[in-house]
Design a protein around this ligand. Sequence first.
Ligand SMILES: Cc1ncc(COP(=O)(O)O)c(C=O)c1O
Length: 379
Amino acid sequence: MSIPNINGNEWQYVKDCLDTGWISSAGIYVNKFEEAIQNYTGVKYAIACMNGTAGLEVSLNLAGVSSNDIVIAPNLTFVATLNAISYSGAEITLIDICENSWQLDVNLLQNWLENNTITKFINGEPITTEITSGKKIGAIMPVYVLGGFIDIDKLVEISSTYGIPLIEDSTEALGSFKNGKHAGTFGLTGVLSFNGNKIISTGGGGMILTNDTEIANRAKHITTTAKTDPLDYFHDEVGYNYRLVNVLAAIGVAQMENFESILKRKKEIDTLYRSEFHGVGDIKFQENDPNTDPNCWLFTFRTKKMRELLNHLNSHKIQSRPFWTPMNNLPMYKDLRYISQNDISNKIFKECISIPSSSNLTIEDQHKVISEVKKFYKI
Ligand SMILES: Cc1ncc(COP(=O)(O)O)c(C=O)c1O
């Protein structure tokens, strides 16, 4: 459905690591990969780490989130968003999504903050706490679902008014821009993932993005065991061994060399699906704000016949998947507070299906997918 596209210098760079013995936590490719992501996204600092989940977990630490805090996240996301928050021990508050964009409903969030929290100024800085529990709102973790944009301008405004750090789960959004600014570069940190199904992959990997020098230094420090001295084993806090190894970063460097062509292909796939499926059955597409330029990572659409279509396509050897089960339907997260008016998350989950979108999908194969979908709707 979304498989890695290994067509460049991956073999050569990995061979270089193997030949020289630089396969582990030091070596030139980690720095090169970080630089490639910095140059592409325009962010000041990019810090490579083991995977996206680790990047989100570390970001919460960098934001100072503790087990006494509340962290806000959307109800429709991949489970890793909530897992990362759970590791911090913070309480999670879930917010429903918007019907058309499938992204966190920022109005619902603002409304909840207005009615349930109080903001005080401590040393000139706003700090927001929930009125009933007295707990601090430690962070908001919005998700760029399928690489599309949340209402990020409004979120940035909320973040500064209420003094709540934004940690952007931009794991799916490498290549997504709004008015020329890359996803994951608006908040305190943003996190990318290079998991096997992502727009580029290192097998497993992640990157923390930030424009803040102090946060960047701390990110590097705590993801590499918080060692303060190059010689002596002196560590000044409880760190993590979450660095990305050189051999995986080498794959990332090669992937970034081909990124423009991978991204172009993703957009072509999206355009063809949208034009071929327009008006077919009850199909509806994810809507994007016209000021945004999403990466079109994984083509996903809505239909009331989702289950039947899913079975039809999979039985014809066309790999298709349902959307994520909403977080409040998972056993470990079912009791979380969920702010919603019409439970849109559940509705979207029941109707959404993802279909083949690999950047190396041939046009012939894409037409096979299209014709199978049309056959299902008897067109
Ligand atoms: C929305 C979302 N958040 C977090 C992650 C976690 O990233 P990783 O698999 O690199 O840990 C992923 C991807 O897997 C994701 O899609």
